[in-house]
Ligand binder design. Structure first.
Ligand SMILES: [Zn+2]
Length: 232
């Protein structure tokens, strides 16, 4: 990867001076690679950042062949020095939703023992999906508990981790974890670590109110739809 991932070093940084490493026309957009970036590329269920590079608009950011590609509307060329600015309201909202999803999962696992996580989505329609059936009458208890714990202001730690560390510290490991790139993890308070490459808030009292929209059960699987009424 040619790009320094500044969004991991400081998820709260909203502006960064960067240099265009390459810019290639792709349809109506430019595929731009930068020397360093604060733009989070879509991944792990968390939406891509958007914002501006100088006067150009960053519409979407993704990882392709190991490079962070900024899909840009505007005029940029190799060697240009530009100021990157992310849409902070957008980013912060999805940081809150993503962290809230992990906290909700952690709390759920202390209340219900026989669920196994399948996947989560932390975009507009945020959800957690499990193998197994959750007793839907627990909805209010879970909601109350997760908010009580969120308000207590637990520390959220995210960092790089080796596969061996993840194997040792995590309660659940997805079967398809890549072995050929640096992995990352999240740990909230004293809950178990989870493999995760997202960007997160630093403390759970930044989350605002977490609510469970609904819980549906189908074919032995549980889907928990949730949201966050944020602080911004
Ligand atoms: Zn995650």
């Amino acid at each position: 990867m040619n790009t320094k991932q500044i969004y991991y070093q400081d998820p709260y940084q909203t502006e960064l001076d960067c240099t265009v490493v390459s810019a290639e026309q792709a349809g109506s957009l430019l595929n731009v690679v930068l020397d360093q970036t604060i733009f989070y590329p879509e991944g792990g269920g968390q939406p891509s950042d958007r914002g501006t590079l100088g006067t150009a608009h960053v519409e979407y950011v993704r990882v392709s062949d190991g490079e962070i590609i900024h899909q840009v509307k505007g005029d940029l060329k190799k060697g240009d020095a530009v100021k990157g600015t992310i849409d902070w309201n957008w980013r912060y909202k999805y940081m809150q939703i993503h962290t809230a999803g992990h906290l909700l999962h952690d709390v759920l696992m202390t209340i219900v023992k026989d669920l196994k996580p399948i996947r989560g989505g932390h975009g507009k329609k945020a959800f957690l999906e499990y193998e197994g059936e959750l007793d839907v009458s627990l909805k209010e208890q879970i909601e109350t508990e997760v908010n009580k714990i969120a308000q207590s202001g637990l520390e959220v730690v995210t960092k790089e981790a080796t596969y061996e560390e993840l194997e040792r510290d995590c309660q659940f490991l997805p079967p398809n974890l890549p072995r050929n790139k640096p992995l990352r993890m999240i740990k909230i308070g004293d809950y178990p670590s989870m493999p995760d490459g997202g960007v997160h808030v630093k403390k759970t009292d930044e989350l605002g109110k977490i609510w469970i929209a609904n819980i549906t059960i189908e074919d032995g699987k549980t889907n928990v739809r949730y949201g966050v009424v944020g602080n911004n």
